[in-house]
Design a protein around this ligand. Structure first.
Ligand SMILES: C[S@@+](CC[C@H](N)C(=O)[O-])C[C@H]1O[C@@H](n2cnc3c(N)ncnc32)[C@H](O)[C@@H]1O
Length: 295
């Protein structure tokens, strides 16, 4: 297996159960952005060395290949199960109109299913559609012992290009999760992902979103020469990451026809015992609904 890059360790550390990450010191929801130290602000300001247009076009063309290679290198070992999804997103249960109602969930950009399998474990009456544009990731999902055609349908799909209605009936999904996926998409194409999801959501259905927030420690760790654009960076393995502000995210969703329900920064501080480092993490956690009329 290729050695893990520093940025990748941070992605991995996002997950509280990772063995590389020691206990979080705190977690709190915030309206405002994290305040940078003067050193951090200076570092970001001085980083004006953008990746060439030629290389940027290549990264866009090879985005799918780079994620597929990521799963070839890491198989199912990289991200840990995201058990916090049900804990953090109580809405999954709350949106049932009656107790026996079967909820239809879409996990957009499912990876190897770290979110979907814990969800199904907690509530086997769900039906989960799961898609990703890495064929390897989708294969891992299908080979998971908990995968079963009665509760799950996994398929390969580029959310910026392939119409989700090819696999999911229009207006049929109660809740879509979008977890650390939109950050991997070029900012010029993010709206296409949201429009695509909107088509399969029921009127009143919602997107539960979690991703990197502006000034997350991972953003400050990028070396000069990794910058693709405003708040957009490339990792050593060719995968890309955008760091969101609440306003930017609200604008994106509203332009795609959604209404904001909640939209907050989640600030966490974790201590890396091995390196005696206190690491400030910034995530953004939000909920946007498709209006009762239509997008
Ligand atoms: C950081 S991983 C997160 C995976 C999963 N959501 C999780 O939380 O464990 C980002 C995922 O987004 C997928 N992805 C990136 N761009 C995509 C696109 N245009 N269409 C579909 N999936 C995409 C990648 O293949 C990768 O599996």
């Amino acid at each position: 297996m290729a050695s893990e890059t520093e940025e990748n360790k941070l992605v991995r550390n996002e997950n509280e159960s990772s063995e590389l990450c020691s206990e979080p010191l705190f977690q709190r929801k915030e309206h405002e952005l994290r305040i940078l130290t003067s050193e951090e602000a200076e570092k970001l300001q001085n980083d004006t060395d953008f990746v060439s247009e030629f290389k940027q076009l290549k990264l866009e063309r090879e985005a799918q290949k780079n994620w597929d290679l990521f799963y070839k290198r890491n198989s199912t070992n990289f991200f840990k199960d995201r058990h916090w999804t049900t804990r953090e997103f109580e809405e999954l249960k709350a949106c049932r109109e009656f107790e026996q109602q079967r909820l239809f969930i879409l996990e957009a950009g499912c990876g190897v299913g770290n979110c979907l399998f814990p969800l199904l474990e907690e509530d086997p009456s769900l039906f989960v559609y799961a898609c990703d544009f890495s064929p390897r990731a989708v294969d891992f999902v299908k080979k998971n012992p908990s995968y079963c055609a009665e509760t799950c349908k996994a398929f390969q799909c580029d959310l910026t290009k392939d119409d989700l209605t090819d696999n999911i009936p229009a207006n049929s999904v109660d809740v879509s999760t979008l977890i650390f996926v939109l950050s991997a998409v070029h900012p010029d194409r993010m709206h296409l992902v949201l429009q695509n999801i909107c088509k399969v959501l029921k009127p009143g259905g919602c997107v539960l979103f979690r991703d990197y927030g502006l000034y997350d420690h991972a953003m400050l760790r990028f070396k000069s020469g990794s910058k693709l654009g405003e708040n957009f960076y490339v990792r050593q393995d060719g995968t890309r990451s955008y760091f969101f502000t609440k306003d930017y995210l609200r604008c994106l969703f509203e332009k795609a026809g959604f209404e904001e329900v909640s939209n907050e920064y989640v600030l966490r501080e974790t201590v890396n015992k091995k390196e005696s480092l206190c690491v400030p993490r910034v995530f953004i956690q939000s909920k946007f609904c498709k209006p009762q009329k239509k997008c």
